[in-house]
Design a protein around this ligand. Structure first.
Ligand SMILES: [Zn+2]
Ligand SMILES: [Zn+2]
Length: 206
């Protein structure tokens, strides 16, 4: 954990970039049905989801990320019109990260598939213990991470988002046109049929 950049890349190597600082980054795992449906929509659930349907993400801020190669393969999917922007590399359908539609909320959840290491090694790299969110949708009850530590982690992220908004660093996001709220790639919303298929593929919680 520190100022050392962490390399970001898609599976095929066409898209490359770096997380310029890992300070304040946090390892989360989200078990919500939306994240699970997204993995099915991209057609690679086995590479994205853990055995209980969780997606490991590194929560950080968008301005800490920059793309150094192949940024034109960055594409954006929304499960529905109300959804978050789910960024992926269109060359090989590798999930990259999820952002809000409003760039002033400068949070990004970088999906582990672009971090170049097994999800299990992220704790060592980021010096935090994985915090589980939305565990009610896990395929079996999850009992790690107390809700107090999850709450603390989430408040820490909210604090850094508020700070990035106040000091203007949200404007340096590589996902939005400079100084505007326009995403660099037009988001594609799943059709009703695609959406139904993706959610039907999600295994029910027990
Ligand atoms: Zn690729
Ligand atoms: Zn989720």
């Amino acid at each position: 954990m520190g100022q050392t950049p962490h390399k970001i890349q898609c599976r095929c190597g066409q898209l490359e970039g770096e997380l310029t600082s890992t300070v304040g980054a946090m390892h989360l795992a989200c078990y919500c049905r939306d994240c699970q449906a997204y993995a099915h929509a991209l057609g690679n659930p086995g590479q994205v989801l853990d055995e209980l349907g969780g997606t490991d993400v590194i929560a950080t801020l968008q301005h800490r990320l920059r793309f150094t190669k192949g940024a034109d393969s960055l594409a954006c999917l929304m499960l529905s019109r109300q959804g978050v922007l789910r960024w992926y590399a269109s060359c090989c359908n590798t999930p990259i990260g999820n952002t809000a539609r409003d760039p002033r909320l400068s949070y990004i959840g970088l999906v582990h598939t672009c971090m170049g290491m097994p999800a299990a090694d992220l704790d060592k790299e980021f010096g935090t213990n994985r915090v589980v969110v939305n565990k009610k949708d896990a395929r079996k009850p999850k009992r790690d991470a107390s809700s107090a530590s999850a709450l603390f982690a989430i408040w820490r992220i909210i604090g850094s988002v508020v700070w990035a908004r106040l000091n203007g660093s949200w404007k340096k996001s590589p996902f939005f046109q400079p100084g505007s709220t326009r995403p660099v790639a037009a988001p594609r919303v799943l059709s009703q049929e695609e959406r139904e298929q993706a959610y039907e593929a999600v295994l029910p919680a027990k």
